[in-house]
Design a binder for this molecule. Structure first.
Ligand SMILES: Nc1ncnc2c1ncn2[C@@H]1O[C@H](COP(=O)(O)OP(=O)(O)OP(=O)(O)O)[C@@H](O)[C@H]1O
Ligand SMILES: *[C@@H]1O[C@H](CO)[C@@H](O)[C@H](O)[C@H]1NC(C)=O
Ligand SMILES: *[C@@H]1O[C@H](CO)[C@@H](O)[C@H](O)[C@H]1NC(C)=O
Ligand SMILES: *[C@@H]1O[C@H](CO)[C@@H](O)[C@H](O)[C@H]1NC(C)=O
Ligand SMILES: *[C@@H]1O[C@H](CO)[C@@H](O)[C@H](O)[C@H]1NC(C)=O
Ligand SMILES: [Mg+2]
Length: 322
C-alpha cells in the first residue's frame, strides 16, 4: 500500500495528455485491487489450514486432551490432588483412568484374595497396585470402584484409589482396579514379619481408627459424603504405609447410608464378610438390618479384634506383651 502511494506522488512525465488525478487513478486502482486479492488469498489459505487442524483434532482415535493431561510430567500424587480442585471431588475422569490403566506394566503378583489377584505394576516409574478381577466377578469390581469413587472419600487412612478399567480382547474381559502401592503389604503380613513397639502400636491403632471414623462419618452439604460401613474389617484388609501408619482397603463389601431417605444400599452381590471377625449379632442373624447403626457397631467389633492382633505382637525390650 505504501508503495502505491509513493508511485502516485511522482511527477507525471512531460507531454502526456493525462492530468495528475487521472494518472493516480490509473496506477492506484489496479494496484489496490492486486493488494486486496493477495490479502483475500492469504486468508483463504489460513482458513484451510485451520480446518485441517480441527479435523485432525476431532479424530476419534486420538483423545488429544486426555493424552496431554497424562503425558505431562505430573506424578500420580499431583494428578490425584488436581482432580480434587478440578473435578467433582470423586475421582479422575474416566478417560484419564483408562489411559493410566492401559499404560501400566505389570511386574509381579503379590497376593490372591477371594476376588481376583493383586499385582505390583509400574506407571511412569512409580509403583501401583493392580487388583485384577475375572469377568465372572464384574459385580464386585463395579461395586468396589463405585465405593472408592464416593465423593469426598479421600483420606490419608483410606487406600488411595487411582483408576478402574475394563479391557476387552474379544473373548475375555479383564477388570482392573488400580490403587496406590504399599510395599509393606497388609497388616496381617506385617505383624507376621515384625513385632511393633508400644509407640508403633499406638500409631497403627490410631490411624486405623481414623480411617474407619472417616468412613462412618457423614458429611452434609453439596460436597458431602454419605456414611459408609465397611463390613469386612480385618488385618488382611488393612495396609501398612512406609511410615508406619495404616490405610483401610478392600471396600467391595461396604454399604452407604442415605440419611435423607434412611436408605441403606446393600450391594447386590451377596459376598459375606469374614466369619473370624464378625460380630456375634451378625453371626446369629439377630442384627437389625434396617438400622445403619448396627453396621457401624459391627465394624467396631471387627476393629477390636484387629487391635487385639496388634497388641499380641507388641513387644517391650524384646518381650511380647501378651
Ligand atoms: N495396594 C496394595 N499395596 C500392596 N499390597 C497390596 C495392596 N492391595 C493388596 N495387597 C496385597 O494383596 C493381598 C491380596 O489382597 P486382596 O484384597 O485381594 O485379598 P485378601 O484381602 O487377602 O482377601 P479377601 O478377598 O478376603 O479380601 C493382600 O493381602 C496384600 O498383601
Ligand atoms: C480438596 O480441596 C479442598 C478445598 O479446595 C481442601 O480443603 C482439601 O484439603 C482438598 N483435599 C485433598 C485430599 O486434596
Ligand atoms: C484374551 O486374553 C486371555 C487372557 O489373557 C487369553 O487367554 C486369550 O487368548 C485372549 N484372546 C484373544 C482373542 O486375544
Ligand atoms: C505418614 O505419612 C503421611 C503422608 O503419607 C503423613 O501425612 C503422616 O503425618 C505421616 N505420619 C507419621 C506418623 O509420620
Ligand atoms: C430396627 O431399626 C429401625 C430403624 O432404626 C427401627 O425403626 C426398628 O424399630 C428396629 N427394629 C427392631 C426390631 O429393633
Ligand atoms: Mg482384601
Amino acid at each position: 500500500m505504501c508503495m502505491c502511494v509513493y508511485i502516485a506522488v511522482e511527477p507525471p512525465p512531460e507531454g502526456s495528455g493525462w492530468s495528475q488525478l487521472e494518472l493516480a487513478a490509473v496506477i492506484l486502482v489496479p494496484s489496490c485491487l492486486v493488494c486486496v486479492g493477495v490479502i483475500l488469498g492469504m486468508c483463504a489459505i489460513q482458513n484451510l489450514q485451520c480446518n485441517h487442524i480441527k479435523a485432525h483434532k476431532q479424530d476419534p482415535e486420538e483423545p488429544l486432551d486426555d493424552q496431554a493431561l497424562v503425558s505431562t510430567d505430573k506424578c500420580l500424587k499431583e494428578l490425584i490432588y488436581d482432580m480434587n480442585t478440578s473435578g467433582s471431588g470423586s475421582g479422575l475422569p474416566l478417560l484419564v483412568q483408562r489411559t493410566i490403566a492401559r499404560t501400566i506394566v505389570l511386574q509381579e503378583s503379590i497376593g490372591k484374595g477371594r476376588f481376583g489377584e493383586v499385582w505390583r505394576g509400574k506407571w511412569s516409574g512409580e509403583d501401583v497396585a493392580v487388583k485384577i478381577f475375572s469377568s465372572r466377578d464384574e459385580r464386585s469390581w463395579f461395586r468396589e470402584a463405585e465405593i472408592y469413587q464416593t465423593i469426598m472419600l479421600r483420606h490419608e487412612n483410606i487406600l488411595g484409589f487411582i483408576a478402574a478399567d475394563n479391557k476387552d480382547n474379544g473373548s475375555w474381559t479383564q477388570l482392573w482396579l488400580v490403587s496406590e502401592y504399599h510395599e509393606h503389604g497388609s497388616l496381617f503380613d506385617y505383624l507376621n514379619r515384625y513385632t511393633v513397639s508400644v509407640e508403633g502400636m499406638i500409631v497403627l491403632a490410631l490411624s486405623i481408627a481414623s480411617g474407619i471414623a472417616h468412613l462412618h462419618m457423614e458429611i452434609i452439604g453439596t460436597q458431602g459424603k454419605p456414611a459408609i460401613a465397611h463390613r469386612d474389617i480385618k488385618s488382611k484388609n488393612i495396609l501398612v504405609k512406609k511410615n508406619g501408619t495404616a490405610v483401610i482397603a478392600d471396600l467391595g463389601l461396604a454399604v452407604k447410608h442415605d440419611s435423607n431417605t434412611n436408605n441403606i444400599d446393600i450391594p447386590i452381590n451377596h459376598r459375606v464378610g469374614t466369619k473370624r471377625y464378625m460380630a456375634p449379632e451378625i453371626l446369629d442373624d439377630s442384627v437389625n438390618m434396617s438400622s445403619f447403626e448396627s453396621f457401624k457397631r459391627a465394624d467396631i467389633y471387627s476393629m477390636g479384634l484387629v487391635f487385639w492382633e496388634l497388641a499380641h505382637r507388641c513387644s517391650i525390650q524384646g518381650a511380647l506383651l501378651c
